[in-house]
Write a protein that binds this ligand. Sequence first.
Ligand SMILES: [Zn+2]
Length: 70
Amino acid sequence: MTNGFEPKFLICSECKEEFVFTSAAQQYFVERGYTEEPKRCKSCHTQYKKMQRDQRDIGTPVASGSGFSD
Ligand SMILES: [Zn+2]
């Protein structure tokens, strides 16, 4: 049942709300070699990604769903 990660509670840098960095998400991060914890909650993260995509307009497709797969 466990993958060795404990869910962590983090504070979103955008909305200052507490959110859960789930064990699954942590595992996802590790698998991709990410060393930093997420700074944003899921909804702010989605907004952030959307914003980046809008700013970038066309061109390099942004890898979707990086980090959060509950
Ligand atoms: Zn947030």
